[in-house]
Design a protein around this ligand. Structure first.
Ligand code: ADP
Ligand code: ZN
Length: 526
């Protein structure tokens, strides 16, 4: 009997996965791993990271150990591989003893191509001793950004993965992530000891996704008008921050004749699984979810991703919007945000447990997100720039298609800031946006009368702008760091160091005019 020559990577691609050719850097990445080299892969969601470790695991001797935090998805991943004849299994806390023993025996007997393991298991010495008794083809560290304390998804168990290289110097390691700031990249390299690795950084551009960010008015109506107007029969995902908003939004869409289903961690796990599988199998399902939904879900024809609350970071926004249009066809990423989002998130940061450095990090994440929202330039240039990638205006985002007008908001900013200053200095009072705007517009409310705010020198000096325009002014001042939310838990507003420059007339303030746009989309839904 002739000795079979080992299968090549391309042969495995065609035979097992039924694809003709590799995409992008896949071939070079896979070759490097097969040759035993360490590899770091930064590739956007949908770029095809899985094959980068699956194929080397098939070609190299032994079992590919895949470290993944997405325990809920391991079963699906293993099922999909088993269906195409790959010998795959997983070890995680959801298994009973008998099942675990079966998987362990298969591994020790050399009968597995791929073994998925949760990171917390690998920080356990018993697991490492067990793995040492079998033959390891490679280690794949999926969602490698979880090792980054600067990132938005830090998992302490990932820190222990640095030991793999010492213990198994001959097993190549491949670290993969769809998060790609330079800081995260540097941290992955350092913490996982990947200095000698080859690095592959794919373009993060998703040209088929049209980015749109608008002002939050009656957000459910805005959302409904987007879906009915542009995606009436499409599959989509709507993200909200709280379970309550998820429930209400799903109900509202369902009441308006759409197939919308809620999804959040408070729902029964069987119901969640059923919702997820309907989304994958049926056409035109809209999932309204907290961020708990979507990680690792491979549905190529999600036509829109909508955010009804401001995401906490650009990384999160990019990952979530990245679930749209994996098939390369035109798709929409839509976000509505308003003043309340900024106030609420500042408050959440102030109240968050953890040290000052941690709160500063959260704050920096929020600032970057706000800068994306308030930019008068191309959204994509801003987004890719955040990931260290230079580009030119895309022609496929709201600011490219309908360039926002900017206006000189210096005087408006001065009116508002001096109201804040006067209340603070003359009365030792602090207020949220609502009361400040009432004062500027000279509205005689009970509260105004009670507090005698008519006697302030800024009373009624802001009648040239509407309530909504004033809210836009407040929001943009917050985004530009010219106003801050006080950390008293009430969302009152205070001036910052930079505010002084505006009041002194040394810092002109340019603002984005966008109220019209939001108003229009609300009207067209009526
Ligand atoms: P990621 O993990 O980077 O988000 P996946 O590995 O899930 O991406 O791949 C996204 C989709 O692209 C999957 O449906 C996958 O089967 C498909 N895919 C990956 N590589 C290729 C290829 N070379 N040719 C065709 N389809 C591919
Ligand atoms: Zn653009």
């Amino acid at each position: 009997m002739a000795v079979a020559t080992p299968e090549t990577a391309v042969e495995a691609l065609q035979r097992v996965f039924g694809y003709e050719t590799f995409r992008g850097d896949q071939a070079a990445i896979i070759q490097n791993v097969i040759d035993g080299g360490d590899t770091v892969v930064l590739m956007p969601t949908g770029g095809g990271k899985s094959l980068c470790y699956q194929i080397p695991s098939l070609v190299r001797r032994g079992t590919g150990i895949v470290i993944s935090p997405l325990i809920a998805l391991m079963q699906d991943q293993v099922d999909a591989l088993t269906a195409v004849g790959v010998r795959a299994a997983f070890l995680n806390s959801t298994q009973d003893a008998a099942e675990r023993a079966r998987v362990e025996n298969a591994y020790l007997g050399g009968q597995l191509d791929l073994l998925y393991v949760a990171p917390e298991r690998l920080s356990n010495e018993a697991t490492k001793r067990f793995l040492a008794r079998g033959e390891i083809a490679l280690f794949a560290i999926d969602e490698a950004h979880c090792v980054s304390q600067w990132g938005h998804d830090f998992r302490p168990d990932y820190l222990a993965l640095s030991e793999l290289a010492e213990r198994w110097p001959d097993a190549p390691r491949i670290a993969l992530t769809a998060t790609a700031t330079e800081a995260t990249h540097a941290e992955i390299t350092e913490r996982l000891g990947m200095q000698q690795a080859k690095h592959f950084v794919a373009s993060f551009d998703r040209p088929n996704i049209r980015y749109r960010i608008e002002n939050k008015g009656e957000v459910r109506k805005q959302l409904l008008s987007l879906i009915k107007g542009e995606h009436p029969t499409d599959s989509g995902i709507v993200y909200a921050l709280s379970r309550n908003t998820v429930e209400k939004t799903a109900q509202f869409l369902a009441d308006n004749g759409l197939k919308a289903l809620p999804y959040h961690a408070g729902l029964d796990s069987r119901l969640r699984a059923a919702t997820q599988s309907r989304f994958l199998r049926e056409d035109g399902i809209i999932i309204v979810a907290t961020i708990a939904f979507g990680m690792g879900i491979d549905k190529p024809d999600v036509r829109f991703v909508a955010h009804v609350d401001l995401p906490k970071s650009v990384e999160g926004y990019y990952q979530e919007t990245g679930r749209a249009g994996r098939d390369g066809l035109p798709s929409t990423a839509w976000l509505a945000y308003g003043l309340q989002d900024v106030v609420q998130q500042r408050r959440m940061i102030d109240e968050s447990p953890g040290d000052l450095a941690h709160r500063r990090r959260l704050s920096a994440h929020l600032d970057a997100m706000l800068a994306l929202c308030e930019t008068v330039h191309c959204r994509r240039v801003n987004l890719l720039g955040y990931f260290g990638q230079e580009s030119t205006p895309c022609g496929n985002c709201d600011t490219c298609l309908e360039p926002p007008e900017s206006w000189d908001g210096t005087v408006a900013a001065q009116k508002l800031l001096s109201t804040v200053v006067r209340l603070q200095r003359e009365r030792n009072q602090r207020f949220g946006a609502g009361q400040l705007i009432d004062i500027l517009r000279g509205k005689v409310t009970d509260r105004v009368t009670q507090l005698n705010h008519q006697s302030l020198s800024t009373w009624g000096i802001g009648q040239d702008l509407s309530d909504q325009q004033w809210r836009g002014v407040v929001r943009q001042l917050l985004a530009q760091g010219l106003l801050a939310v006080n950390d008293d838990g009430y969302g009152t507003l205070v001036i910052t160091e930079a505010s002084g420059e505006v009041l002194a007339g040394r810092h002109p303030v340019s603002m984005r005019r966008e109220a019209e746009r939001a108003a229009r989309s609300v009207r067209s839904s009526g």
